[in-house]
Ligand binder design. Structure first.
Ligand SMILES: *Cc1c(COP(=O)(O)O)cnc(C)c1O
Length: 452
């Protein structure tokens, strides 16, 4: 009889109760305070709905991620993904912690410069960089991550008009075992497009190839996919060394680590089952250190982690407008938060906690937003204690993508406050006014007079 395979035992803490046959009980305790500031006071002072960002949580999460990588690999540099949350105060926290900027448009590029990021610490990604953007990036010595051949040709042309040598990398897409494959950005590894672009760059005397980049997906739940990607980038880097005797300076693994949110349809909460920074770091750094780089020629590891660094730091306070029964008798609650400001409710089951004490009675509830639109459903079904008109609640893990993808639609976008390290709230984005929104409009002369 062959011996059974030994597997080392693992203990993993579950942060919520075990599910019973009715599913997971949602909440046991109200969330009366965020970083020691009373939810009631925040809503009283800044209105409801209200986005709240915890500076302390950003710094703590960033340092956890940094530690996971720097304890395993000698050279690591994070660059803050602007599109994930580009409120200046948020970006500044990351820049204070030492994070560079990762941008995907001319608008984001300028925002990073205004936030005090030197041009040579900006990574410029994305498929749509116009000539102006590229000229600026070249003159500022930024890292230009080329997405397609037309962009490469433009950079080559522009480089002939200046004595600066553009610092370029290419974005590479590849099969990492995750499907559908993200193959629309950059050059493909398997079919040789990547080599084609690399050869063109290496034969252009006016360009300097400094790195290799990938961003294999978003809300990734599989560290193994990153290991596969890191091996492929290492293979290209070693191939460039062999063929051209050229050392690239960095390998950029992009972003995409899952945050602690729970994807719709998942049985267990994301906070219990999603991989941790340690899991991702272990996969990536093992692949790089096991590749055939000379120990003193290991490339710097760049990371453009977005959602996993900021999601948990964001909260959204809301209040109840009304309770109703559906035609089938199900409890439905109308809240003052719509999908126009909580974009991520389309793919997450966001955790929701009442902000005041409640009884042990709970009921399956549908949460509707305030918009006069059928799609405005924040939670299809959530087991919540009973809430009354005017009661406050807190929606968790909303720091990523909501404050950039939000829409001015039917209602105005709300205030955003940051709770500082001193546990005091600071207004970091003012709620919109009718005047701000209409300021951009103009009415032709012949339409100025109403005829009623
Ligand atoms: C959006 C984006 C990121 C950040 O992705 P997350 O999934 O939020 O971590 C990083 N790099 C690039 C190129 C991106 O487009």
């Amino acid at each position: 009889m062959s011996k059974l395979r030994y597997e080392r035992p693992v203990i993993k803490k579950l942060e919520t109760d075990m599910p019973n046959k009715f599913g997971l009980r949602t909440e046991y305790k109200p969330m009366t305070h965020i970083d020691e500031v009373a939810v009631k006071d925040l809503a009283g002072q800044y209105g409801s709905p209200l986005f709240v960002i915890s500076e302390e949580t950003i710094r703590r999460t960033y340092n956890e991620a940094k530690k996971a990588f720097t304890t395993r690999y000698p050279k690591v540099q994070f660059a803050w993904s602007y599109k994930t949350n580009y409120l200046n105060a948020v970006c500044k926290v990351f820049h204070q912690e030492g994070s560079w900027a990762e941008v995907v448009s001319g608008f984001e590029y300028d925002k990073a410069l205004l936030n005090g990021v030197p041009g040579n610490k900006i990574i410029f990604n994305g498929p749509d960089k116009n000539e102006n953007d590229l000229e600026k990036a070249i003159s500022n010595n930024s890292f230009i991550h080329i997405d397609h051949l037309d962009e490469l040709y433009t950079v080559i042309e522009l480089s002939k008009k200046t004595d600066k040598k553009p610092r370029v990398a290419i974005r590479i897409n590849m099969d990492t075992g995750i499907y559908p494959m993200w193959d629309r950005f950059g050059f493909n590894y398997e079919n040789g497009q990547a080599w084609d672009a690399l050869n063109k760059i290496m034969r252009s005397p006016t360009l300097e190839l400094v790195g290799l980049h990938c961003h294999i997906g978003t809300f990734m739940l599989s560290p193994e996919a990153y290991a596969a990607a890191a091996y492929k980038l290492a293979d290209l880097a070693l191939g460039i060394k062999k063929k051209y005797d050229h050392n690239i300076k960095y390998i950029d693994m992009g972003g995409g680590f899952a945050s602690k949110n729970t994807l719709k349809g998942s049985y267990l909460p994301g906070s219990d089952i999603n991989p941790t920074f340690d899991d991702f770091a272990e996969a990536i750094t093992t692949a790089l250190t096991n590749s055939n780089f000379e120990p003193d020629q290991l490339p710097t590891l760049f990371l453009e982690t977005g959602r996993a660094l900021v999601d948990e730091a964001g909260f959204l306070i809301g209040s109840v407008i009304s309770n109703k029964r559906s035609s089938a008798g199900k409890r439905t609650t109308i809240i003052d938060i719509g999908v126009n400001i909580l974009f991520t409710s389309f793919w997450y089951d966001h955790k929701i906690t009442p902000a005041q004490p409640f009884t042990h009675y709970a009921e399956e509830t549908t949460l509707y937003g305030p918009l006069c639109m059928n799609i405005d459903v924040v939670r299809e079904s959530v087991n919540l204690p009973l809430l009354n008109k005017g009661d406050y609640f807190v929606i968790h893990h909303v720091g990523a993508y909501n404050m950039t993808q939000w829409m001015q639609f039917i209602t105005l976008r709300p205030n955003v406050v940051m709770i500082g390290m001193d546990k005091k709230p600071y207004l970091i984005r003012q709620s919109e006014t009718l005047e701000m929104v209409t300021k951009l409009e103009s009415v032709p002369e012949h339409l100025k007079k109403a005829n009623l």
